[in-house]
Design a protein around this ligand. Structure first.
Ligand code: TA6
Length: 294
């Protein structure tokens, strides 16, 4: 086994069902050796490895799989609320509900739907249908999201993020390129209106920022010695969140090891600053694409 492959993801990828999930993961495979595992709980990608066997996502070895708490790592879907910007539980309701897997003939593709129910309407009184698709291709993982307002009378609005935990060998040596010139809100200091000056952002402490005004066709690149990952997102998503908890928060999070922050960086494709408004019958689509260049 690749030593970088997280323990739980390794279990998820095995056929013995060792991962204590309430339902087994859907496994995606390509003949070239690329693999991904997606849990119906949260429609959350837990693992993506490229043909070279390198795990590209971070899944906390202390993640909890109890079918109730959010799973720490992989790619959580934050919908219909980002963080605590609204009355719902943090990051919304989609990451703590079981989505319905859809039949697929394609071993490299999975899709899931989530519809409103009595339980969701108690928290968020709206009729909706959400769909998440995961497509594996050579060197790439593509996540597509669609929200439909299935009510016949009431508009609603939401915020959203694909909260991707990208795996790094050592955060101290990682750099994120492509943010230069973007304005950001620093959640750690609650300061707005700052402009990113760095051509390549380095990480020597906690970072929690919402970059806004991301132009169409923008591409970010996560660079480490011998590794490069290109990250792109749909024009419908104008924000990108960059998060690393740093040592203190990492130690304080019950589902993350003390040094977990060393191995991850979240680069999240998001729509936060301008909530999306959907009229009855209207659909909205978004995506994030991860491409291993090295
Ligand atoms: O997207 C960054 C963020 O909103 C951070 O503020 C941090 O709290 C993180 O998400 C993780 O949130 P969680 O609820 O999963 O612990």
């Amino acid at each position: 086994m690749n030593p970088e492959q997280p323990r739980a993801a390794a279990a998820a990828a095995s056929a013995d069902g060792a991962l204590p999930l309430e339902t087994p993961c859907i496994e995606l495979k390509l003949p070239g050796g690329e693999r991904a595992s997606v849990a119906p709980f949260g429609a959350q990608v837990l693992s993506w490895s490229t043909a070279d066997g390198v795990e590209r996502l971070y899944l906390s070895p202390d993640a909890v799989f109890d079918g109730a708490l959010p799973i720490r790592g992989g790619i959580p879907v934050c919908f219909p609320q980002f963080n605590v910007r609204g009355p719902l539980p943090k990051h919304g309701i989609a990451r703590t509900l079981r989505w319905q897997p859809q039949p697929s003939d394609d071993p490299a593709c999975a899709s899931f739907t989530l519809r409103d129910s009595e339980a969701t309407r108690r928290l968020w009184p709206h009729a909706f249908e959400a769909r998440l698709s995961v497509q594996l291709s050579s060197g790439c993982l593509h996540l597509g999201f669609e929200a439909l307002n299935s009510s016949d009378s009431a508009p609603w609005s939401f915020t959203f993020a694909l909260h991707s935990y990208l795996r790094v060998r050592n955060i101290g040596q990682a750099r994120l390129a492509g943010l230069q010139g973007l304005g950001f809100w620093d959640a750690l200091t609650d300061r707005r209106g700052q402009i990113e000056r760095a051509g390549e952002l380095g990480f020597d402490g906690p970072v929690d920022r919402v970059y806004s005004g991301v132009p169409a066709h923008a591409a970010f690149e996560l660079r480490e010695p011998g590794r490069r990952l290109r990250i792109t997102q749909s024009e419908t998503l104008a924000d990108t969140v960059v998060w690393n908890p740093g040592v203190e928060l990492s130690a304080a999070l019950p589902d993350m090891p003390r040094d977990g922050y060393l191995q991850m960086l979240c680069v999240e494709a998001a729509g936060i600053e301008q909530p999306v408004q959907l009229e009855p019958g209207q659909r909205w689509q978004a995506w994030q694409r991860l491409e291993a260049l090295e």
